[in-house]
Design a protein around this ligand. Structure first.
Ligand code: 2AM
Length: 188
């Protein structure tokens, strides 16, 4: 009997040490305003492109091919982190994030190509719009963060995105452990 081993995967944009530290620092003014939540460890801050969930090992090679192909079609681009926001809305926040005020066309193009590719591999369509963001904290109960978000000085960071990563995620009680499975330079 074949044993199917699975791995929890997502495509993401990794961020440099300086950008991660800068985003974490800029979020400090919000820390006292969040009642019950889990903050993402600074070393784990990233921009998810597509969450895949538990994936059978047999799908890893085609997902690697897709990553290589999608990344070869784009050149490096800049991503700004100049606002804080919350999902699903600031007044009922469950997720606090930092992201760009202006949509990034290259990010959207990369997300679109990956979405097409994963659907061709049999993944169900992603219903959430591809909005680039770095999750900073997850709140255990929805909280009205609108006043805190209006008052907090916004972040002001720029990241140079020059590669795409297929990341494995192991969920542990002390927090997730992320391990890059493959990484491709944009533009090949
Ligand atoms: P997010 O924080 O950008 O929203 C790794 O777990 C990443 O995958 C998380 O940072 C999260 O992205 C995303 N993720 C986790 N669980 C998910 C789910 N059930 N649906 C969609 N995205 C998810």
């Amino acid at each position: 009997m074949a044993i199917i081993v699975s791995v929890r995967l997502f495509y993401c944009v990794e961020l440099g040490d300086d950008v991660r530290a800068g985003i974490a620092r800029s979020a400090r003014s919000l820390q006292a305003r969040i009642r019950a939540g889990t903050w993402v460890a600074p070393e784990n801050l990233h921009v998810t492109l597509r969450f895949l969930g538990e994936v059978g090992e047999d799908l890893v090679p085609p997902l690697e091919e897709l990553g290589a192909e999608a990344s070869s079609q784009l050149t490096p681009f800049e991503l700004r982190f100049d606002r804080f926001g919350a999902f699903p809305s600031p007044s009922r926040a469950r997720v606090l994030w930092a992201g760009p005020t202006v949509d990034s066309a290259p990010f959207a193009a990369l997300a679109h190509r990956i979405e097409e590719g994963v659907q061709a591999l049999g993944f169900p369509p992603e219903r959430r719009p591809a909005h680039p963001h770095v999750t900073l904290a997850r709140l255990r109960v929805p909280q009205d963060l609108a006043p805190a978000l209006a008052e907090a000085p916004p972040p002001d960071l720029q990241a140079w995105v020059d590669d795409l990563t297929l990341m494995a995620s192991e969920l542990r009680p002390e927090g997730p452990l992320y391990t890059p499975l493959a990484r491709w330079s944009l533009g090949g």
